[in-house]
Design a protein around this ligand. Structure first.
Ligand code: ADP
Ligand code: MG
Length: 386
């Protein structure tokens, strides 16, 4: 799960990570009040689940509270396009109004779980600011890493090593070491999968603060963190993915035109591969899982075809735990209710496959049937291209 910058900063603050003073606002008037309180110079920052806001015009400096009100008026309600939002952009509903600080250096700190070493890794770079992806691609030597043994935790010596590599000294070095240790504590205690501070600010006065903050969390651990779970902003997520999650269905939106309903992640991958191999592109895939009910199949199908990019749908089910007749009944009911006008190719295999095929045939609906995955893919691709 992703959260907004202002929410990440709230969490970090609870753990003692230093952040600038600031408050969130959803009207220009409120932005002005906050600026009067903490300003006069403030930064007005669009709150969306995407980075690159600075370059996209979503982070602006205001010298007076009146200017803060004016800039808030411009940013609130705008559709902000950044390199992370895609061309359609994201609507800005809230802004963070934060004290403007004097920047001496902008550093980078990121903590993620490293799959190769099966441990958290703390990354630091002196090249913070707005283009860390470029640094990683072109000059990876400028990103320093410390791997953390899960049993012993993040050692003070490791934090000091990183701070030295950032060429910090004196009190600034001490503050950076404390910052790193508290940031890791927050990462670990909140079951985060990512904690990224870009930039980590060194002020002209030598203080160290998080100027930006991004945190993602392990969905499977959210039960342990009801306060964090409450921070979920459904407006920032794909509406069909949200709808599918209500029924415990795994739905992923993709860029092509073939809708895919499958059971099991492995079959989903194989189905997408064979569609692409046959020259098509999946528009999405919906994994109905193992022990699915007829009702769930119906919902899955409804969600699948309400994606406007779907020009044809492929249903590829292997009846292991789930029975093909049950799936067929769900499909027929959904198709009758929805008055479908797109072509559907169905490939069923496994338990009760004959009954399943019979149900589809008896329904009188025009399904295309296929007996192998290859045949199904070869049928669906031209149908989706029409
Ligand atoms: P994004 O990563 O989405 O572009 P950031 O929060 O990193 O957004 O802000 C972009 C840039 O704006 C920062 O690199 C920094 O130079 C400047 N900035 C952000 N917040 C402040 C602040 N409170 N005071 C001064 N400058 C800021
Ligand atoms: Mg940033």
């Amino acid at each position: 799960m992703k959260i907004h910058e202002f929410q990440a900063k709230q969490i970090l603050k609870q753990f003692g990570v230093r952040i600038p003073r600031g408050e969130v606002a959803d009207t220009p008037m409120r932005a002005r009040e906050i600026a009067e309180d903490i300003g006069p110079r403030v930064v007005v920052k669009a709150q969306i689940h995407a980075g690159g806001r600075g370059k996209g015009g979503g982070v602006k400096l205001a010298n007076t509270p009146v200017e803060a009100e004016m800039l808030a008026g411009e940013i609130l309600g705008m559709t902000l396009v950044t390199h992370q939002t895609g061309p359609e952009g994201k609507l800005v509903k809230r802004i963070l109004v934060e004290e403007a600080l004097d920047i001496d250096r902008e550093l980078y700190i990121g903590i993620v779980i490293d799959r190769a070493t099966e441990s958290p890794v703390v990354m630091a770079s002196s090249q913070g600011g707005m283009e860390i992806e470029k640094v990683a691609a072109e000059t990876p030597d400028l990103i320093f890493k410390e791997y953390i043994h899960p049993a012993t935790g993040f050692g003070v010596f490791q934090a000091r090593k990183l701070a030295f590599k950032l060429e910090l000294s004196g009190d600034t070095l001490k503050q950076a070491v404390k910052f790193l240790l508290t940031l890791y504590k927050a990462f670990r205690a909140s079951d985060a999968s990512l904690a990224e501070i870009n930039p980590l600010l060194v002020t002209k006065q030598g203080d160290v603060l998080a100027l930006d903050a991004k945190m993602n969390f392990d969905d499977n651990a959210l039960k342990r963190h009801p306060d964090i779970a409450k921070m979920r902003d459904l407006d920032e997520e794909d509406s069909l993915e949200v709808e599918a999650s209500k029924f415990d269905l795994n739905y992923i939106k993709l860029d092509g035109s073939v809708g895919c309903m499958v059971n099991g992640a492995g079959l989903a991958m194989a189905t997408m591969d064979i569609i692409m191999h046959s020259g098509g592109m999946p528009a999405n895939f919906l994994d109905v899982g193992g022990g699915v009910s007829e009702e769930a199949v119906k919902n899955a199908f409804r969600i699948l075809v309400s994606d406007k990019d779907v020009k044809a749908a492929l249903i590829n089910i292997f009846g292991g735990i789930v029975r093909c007749d049950l799936v067929a009944n769900g499909i027929v009911k959904a198709a009758q209710e929805l008055e479908l006008d797109i072509p559907i190719v169905v490939r069923l295999e496994g338990t009760n496959v004959e009954q399943g095929k019979q149900i589809l045939e008896n329904s009188g609906l025009a399904f295309y049937s296929a007996s192998s995955m290859k045949e199904a893919a070869e049928k669906i691709v031209p149908l989706a291209a029409q």
